[in-house]
Structures are given as C-alpha cells and as structure tokens.
Design a protein around this ligand. Sequence first.
Ligand code: AHR
Length: 499
Amino acid sequence: QRATASLTIDPAFEVGEVNPRLFGSFVEHLGRCVYSGIYEPDHPTATPDGLRGDVVALIAELGVTAVRYPGGNFVSGYRWEDGVGEQRPRRLDPAWSTVETNEFGLNEFMRFAEVAGVEPIMAINLGTRGPQEARELLEYCNHPGGTAWSDWRRSHGVEQPHGIGLWCLGNELDGPWQMGHKTAEEYGRVAAEAARVMRMTDPGLRLVACGSSNSSMPTFGSWEATVLEHTYRHVDHISCHAYYEEVDGDVDSFLASAQDMEHFIDSVVATADHVRAKLRQSKRIELSFDEWNVWYRRQRDLDAEPKWEVAPRLLEDNYTLTDAVVVGSLLVTLLRHCDRVTVACLAQLVNVIGPIMTEPGGPAWRQTSFYPFADAARHGRGRVLRVEPRSAQHDTAEHGTVDLLHTTAVQAEDGTVTVFAVNRATDRPLELTADVRAAGLGRVVGASTLADQDRHARNTREAPDRVRPGPLEGVTVDGGSLSATLPPLSWNVIRLGRA
Ligand code: AHR
C-alpha cells in the first residue's frame, strides 16, 4: 500500500520562538535516579563531587537544558534542611516507600547542574509544608548573605548565592496520592501566598502553579480555573503532566498519543485565557509541561508494597522502538505549541522512566527514547513554522481518525530548516513531499531515521546499541520540492539548507 503526505514550508507562517527550556528533564529522589543514576561516588568515572562522569557525558549528548528537582511526589514530604550541611538524617520517604539517606541534597544538586551545564528548576514542598519554609529555602538559595538562612548556606561552603530563577509551587496537589493534597481553593490560596512572599524575597523569580496531575483527573479544568483565579497575578506558568502507555496492544492509539497532548494544551490555554479576561490581566500564562513521557505500569508503581530500601529499582521501564517514536511525536506537539509551552521536562532523566540507564559500578547506556529527544534538543532551536500537512489518515480506537504524518518544522537563525516527521503507520512507508520554495531551500544538509523491523526492539545493558538512528536514504530537493520516504513506524529528522 502507498500512503502520501504533503506540506508547505513558508517562513511567513510562524508559531513562535522555541524557548530552550522546552528541552528540560527531571531528577527526583526516586528509585535510582539520584543514587547510582547521576550520583555514585565509588563509580570508576566519578568526578571529585561524586557525580557519574559517564552519565554527565550522556546528559550533554542528550542536550538537556534544565532539570527540575527534587520531585515529584517526593517533594511533598521533603525537608530540604535534611540535605544540607554535615548532619544528614536517614528518613523514610512515604511517597515511594523507600529510605532517603540525604547524602545528596540541594548543594550537591546545584553542583550537578553546574557540571552538567543545565539550569536548575526548584520545586518546593507545599504538601506538608507551606509559604514560610518556601521563603526560607529561597533565602538560603538566593540571598547573598548577612541573614541566618543565607549565612547558613555560606557555612556550608557555598559563598555565592545559587540564583535559582524558576520555581515550582508544589507538585500534583490535586492528587489523593500526594501528601498534603488539597482542594483547588485550598491550593490556590496557599500557592498565591507562597508566590507573594517568595517574590518579596526575590522579585525576579518565575513561578509555576500546579495544574492538574493529568487530563483525566475529575477536577481537570475547574482545578486550573480556580487555582489561576487565586494566583494569576503572582505566577508565570501553570503546570501540565502527561504520561502515555500502550494498552492491550492497541499500537495505533498509542502512536496517536500526541492527539491527547494537543487537546490538553488547547484546553489549559483556553482556561488560562478565560481567567485572564475575567481578571482583566494583560500577561498570558505560559504552560510548563514539567512531567511528560511514556510510563508503563503507572498504577502498579504507585501502589507498590513498601520495602523501605535505599534507592531500589523503581519505575525502570525499558523502552521499545515504538515508545521512542511516541516520545518523538510528543516532542513534535510541544514544538508546535512553543508559543504557549515554554517549559517542558522529560520525566525523568536517569533510570526512572529515563532516556539514560545505568548499572551501579557498571556502564551507562542510551534507551531508544534518548534519540528523538537528542535530535529535537539539538535541531529544534529557532522559530517553529506553522505547517498544515495534508496526510493519509487511519482510524484509531482512542483518538478517532488521525493523520499518519505528525510533523513540525523549525527554522534556525542561519535559515536552515529541520523537519521532524513521524510516520504513524506500522505497515507502510509514507511518501512525503514538501514545497520549500518560500524558504529558499535547495539542499539536504542531513537526514536520519529511527526505525526497526521489530517494533518491540529495545536497548539493554547487553545490547546497548540494538536500536539507534541511521541515515534516511533517498531524500532529495529538486526545483523547490522535497521528497522523502519515511519508513513504517519511524521518527525522522530532515535538515534542509538554503540553495
Ligand atoms: O515521575 C514520576 C511521578 O509521576 C512523579 O513523582 C509525580 O509527580 C508523577 O505522578
């Protein structure tokens, strides 16, 4: 069977500039994300700070720009003071039923951010704690000195303030699984208060209010409206979290997961703009997709029996080629909405539903999902162009009729255009043509594809390079027209230069 799709690339039609924070990730004190993930002082590649050198190198290759920390569910019961200074108490972490040694804490994370070259995004505990502790934490982090909290930081060997600019006001506080979960009214009030006192301490902060934990929450929509009515004047972002998985082998619906993300974004934007009009505000609230990914066995992970171990193997999903293509498709959606989605964090970074896996004392390797993220982080910089493809379609059980092609195009400052394109058909290639005359494009700079005969193929410790991108052969630009054949079930990156 032959399937076709066509589009026009025209720089006159722009969605917006990509914010580099779109390529963020997330490190939570959960399983082995921190311990034997980013941090392992006894590892052969360890840096003087105890960070895993092999993981830091992979993070650079992945192109992560920002990292949210320390949770997630963990943050809602966390006492940040346990993780600084000499005394590091071991505590039970009720969020994941583990033992937290607190060997790694705030200043170790900030050192990690410096070494890895990423911007820190700090989440505060608004579950079991409140605005007062948030303000104290901020004073510890960002105040130069001469106060008890800032001088405490200096006594820990950190003379200069950390200058953390982006803060999340709690995590998923609409969720009954969350310690200290709240009604929208309760959370809205406490978040507004925390934001107000934090801004008094440091007026330059950007703040993220918690949106719904996912778009299936019973209060989705009304939660955002109520929270924003309380916080609109004090915050810059509202958060969105979304995890997807293949259910009962329904691969067509799974491959169309980005449809759900599209509706999610449209709906939160509509709610935020409605509140804006109601409150007669001029600024627009931006979306922080600060947790997104493919995640299997979510319910099982949340309901796991307590074992109270230190850094056990939790949420260590081993991703397939299909999962990687879905991750690519979700990246396409985030880029297509870059005018409103200005922060996004792939959850998480290492071992815990992460693109990077490690063995304690052993190697680190790339999961399949590593590749689309690395491609998007490297080439998805500049202006997103609005492309409206005409594509062959098919029916899905969950999302109705969807295009086989899911795509976006990003123009870099030098005029180079990168087309990111997913072929959602599992059984046939997709013949893609694009009219590129308006962009003055005349040559192929590079073209790669991530595809495999076996859609369940994955990378493991034993076979770390089983799935990796290869060249996409046969791409041409002729007389202002691009032609390419996208393999079945594939993630593709086509880079075009000026004639
Ligand atoms: O990323 C795993 C968990 O997913 C986070 O702790 C929580 O915020 C979300 O439910």
